[in-house]
Design a protein. Structure first.
Length: 250
């Protein structure tokens, strides 16, 4: 079963690469069929095997020789590994399906934000309505209230930050954190936001010290939010319990 989950993650990871490339361009993610972005040659089945095709063709297009970005195998492998880890944690369950969807969505959002400094509304709307369906399938008043509070608190706090920072973050970050607030609920959202600021500060300092970025450069915050969300999935309950036990039983 582990092998099946991992291979499924690789295959979906390949589709995520299509989304990452086409969505910012406003192109359909289903048509035309996969093709080389340099010579426009339609790719055959042998060219579309996740990771294997990249290695077989030595990281180049088989038709024109153009170098293929490492992003493609990286996204495929990362998505496969995340699927495997989620399966270990949640088993075959409804929660597994929810988190598989969310993590893949976050991968697409993170790479697009890193490359283009945007978080497309189409992705966020798709994510919101899919998460809403998940919520309605296991509807309870307490759960729904928790989700609504998460959405409102996340959106409000990040809106204030955007106003205070005068554009240090964008509207996409507000909508993303509101979406995650709706998914996780307000308690886990507060943890997620704290983690995102810590992770963002850490990596920003590293980028500045290595002179990869300067103080004038814009550093996308979406990837930091996404990393924090993944940590929250795996360790959120543990971290919240530790916090409560430490501060209230001190």
């Amino acid at each position: 079963m582990n092998f099946v989950i991992f291979i499924t993650g690789l295959i979906i990871g390949s589709f995520l690469n299509v989304c990452i490339y086409r969505i910012p361009k406003g192109e359909s993610i289903v048509y035309p069929p996969s093709h080389c972005t340099n010579c426009n040659t339609r790719l055959k089945a042998i060219d579309l095997i996740p990771v294997f095709s990249y290695l077989l063709n030595k990281g180049r297009c088989r038709y024109c020789g153009e170098r293929i970005s490492l992003q493609y195998p990286f996204v495929e492998i990362f998505n496969g590994l995340i699927y495997l880890l989620l399966f270990y944690k949640f088993g075959l369950s409804f929660n597994l399906i929810k988190y598989l969807f969310l993590t893949s969505l976050l991968i697409v959002i993170s790479v697009i934000d890193y490359k283009h400094q945007i978080i497309p509304n189409s992705i966020l709307l798709f994510g919101f309505f899919t998460i809403l369906i998940f919520k309605l399938l296991y509807y309870s008043k307490a759960e729904l209230l928790n989700s609504i509070l998460g959405l409102l608190i996340g959106g409000l706090i990040f809106s204030i930050i955007v106003i205070v920072s005068r554009g240090g973050m964008g509207g996409g970050d507000i909508r993303l954190i509101a979406l995650l607030g709706f998914f996780f609920g307000w308690k886990h959202l507060l943890l997620l936001m704290l983690l995102s600021f810590v992770i963002g500060a850490f990596f920003s300092i590293i980028l500045l010290l290595l002179k990869i970025k300067s103080m004038k450069d814009f550093i996308p915050f979406g990837p930091f939010i996404s990393i924090a969300a993944i940590i929250t999935i795996f360790y959120g309950d543990t971290l919240i319990s530790y916090y409560i036990n430490y501060f209230f039983n001190w």
